[in-house]
Write a protein that binds this ligand. Structure first.
Ligand code: GDP
Length: 432
């Protein structure tokens, strides 16, 4: 989704607006990298249009005594990465020197800028706000992020300015190549596509830096949602991790299947795990590629042992393909793509209702849900929901009495009979 950055000097009320925008929605990546620990980005939507909000100010450390150059940096990043920028100022303090500096940077920018005057809680302050015309950014929005007034008008205009979803959504598998920096994502992509001639077309994504490229390779057609090459363009080194997380989030959201690369010599560490769960939570297919396998001293148990460790980390969603590859020697890169295509097929699979019931009802009859608080649950009917990824509704008399372990049992039976390898499966209990 499009990215909206909130910039401005400390204490103008950026986080209050941010919290209001994301409301009770979950911040998207609670756990990915240290940066997000304070929840400085989250998802929002207005009139059905989704976007991601970044509170850049909150990201700068010790933002209470922020230095001017840090603000500049924050603004530069927002300029580079966001699709629209909210520049927040404070009517209580009036125009400050820092505001003028930020305005100067923003005046050069060819992106939608929303000057937002905050703390306009009464008529006097509405009067006072006119001085912000002097920033040379044109019309402004008066809001009170504390009580919410004015934010509706702001949001109306904001979502109008955001790029539309591309019309070109194709039926082809969309693979996002994700992983930590240096896992070998670029090398993998290069090994995969080799020469330019495999590129069929370029389809611009929602923003200038999210490019889907259509490939025809090994007899498969697919789109790559590429994040690897982009990072090289970033100027500010220290902030790379933050925006590389943002890009992963976007690439994952944009994909059907995430090809998660890790460096075999570094292992399946916490960061890799976070990316894995991000894909899982977004109901994306997943293929795990242990890259740089050429560097690993392989005894007979190496693959088995490595696989065991990864599966342990990804409990209970262990029905995921794990391949050992080398982008350098091109070992098994064909197999990797073939597997990703299979996962894509599993994810788009639709099980006919009749077949689903024929298979599952006898299993349920044989092993019914355990009685809960003396009540017996009777499951009568099962159907797959018409969602783009596998979700199943089990209709029964007392849905609230079916506990997690039994749902997991049902999920495993579905996996045994219908092959959902690499794909998260969701089970709902519904009242008939
Ligand atoms: P990215 O940050 O994930 O795009 O990683 P790169 O593709 O830039 O790779 C990081 C480093 O790992 C580079 O020095 C690559 O040459 C090296 N590398 C990537 N894949 C392999 C591999 O399969 N084997 C070995 N030995 N080195 C690799």
């Amino acid at each position: 989704s499009a990215i909206v950055a909130i910039v401005g000097r400390p204490n103008v009320g950026k986080s209050t607006l941010f919290n209001r925008l994301i409301q009770r929605r979950e911040a998207i990546v609670d756990a990915v990298s240290g940066v997000t620990r304070d929840r400085h980005y989250g998802k929002s939507d207005w009139n059905g249009k989704e976007f991601t909000v970044i509170d850049t100010g909150g990201y700068v450390l010790g933002s209470d005594d922020i230095f001017e150059k840090e603000i500049d940096k924050q603004v530069e990043l927002a300029i580079g990465e966001a699709d629209a920028i909210i520049f927040m100022v404070d009517v209580e303090t009036g125009v400050t020197g820092m505001d003028e500096d930020v305005a100067k940077l923003l005046r050069r920018v060819d992106k939608p800028i929303f000057l937002v005057v905050n703390k306009v809680d009464n008529a006097q302050r509405a009067q006072d706000a006119v001085e912000f015309y002097s920033l040379g950014l044109g019309e402004y929005f008066s809001i009170s992020s504390m009580n919410g007034s004015g934010s509706g008008e702001l949001l109306d205009e904001l979502v109008k300015a955001l790029p539309e979803k591309p019309e070109t959504e194709s039926e082809l598998p969309r693979f996002a190549i994700v992983g930590r920096p240096n896992a070998g994502k670029s090398s993998f992509i290069n090994a995969l596509i080799g020469e330019e001639r495999y590129i069929v077309t370029d389809v611009a994504g929602t923003t200038r830096d999210s490019i889907d490229t259509k490939y025809n390779r090994f007899g498969f057609e697919f789109n790559l949602v590429d994040t690897a090459g982009i990072r090289r363009k970033a100027k500010v080194k220290e902030d790379l991790e933050f925006y590389s997380v943002m890009r992963s989030v976007r690439a994952i959201e944009h994909s059907d299947v995430c090809i998660l690369l890790l460096d075999a010599t570094r292992g399946f560490d916490g960061q890799v795990e976070n990316i894995f769960w991000l894909a899982q939570r977004n109901n994306k297919g997943v293929v795990i590629l242990v890259n740089k396998w050429d560097l690993v001293d392989k005894d007979t148990h190496a693959v088995k042992e490595y696989t065991r460790k990864i599966k342990q980390a990804i409990e209970p969603f262990t029905d995921v393909p794990i391949l050992f590859i080398s982008a350098l020697t091109k070992q098994r890169i064909y197999k990797a793509i073939e597997t990703a295509v299979e996962v894509f097929t599993n994810r788009s699979k639709r099980i006919p209702t009749r077949k689903l019931n024929d298979v599952m009802l006898p299993i349920i009859e044989h092993t019914p849900p355990p009685a809960y608080k003396g009540k017996y649950v009777k499951i009568k009917f099962i159907t797959q929901l018409p969602t783009p990824y596998p979700q199943f509704a089990f209709f029964c008399n007392l849905p609230q009495y079916v506990r997690e372990p039994y749902k997991r049992f049902l999920e495993n039976k579905l996996r045994d009979h219908f092959d959902f390898t690499g794909v998260p499966v969701t089970i709902y209990m519904r009242k008939k």
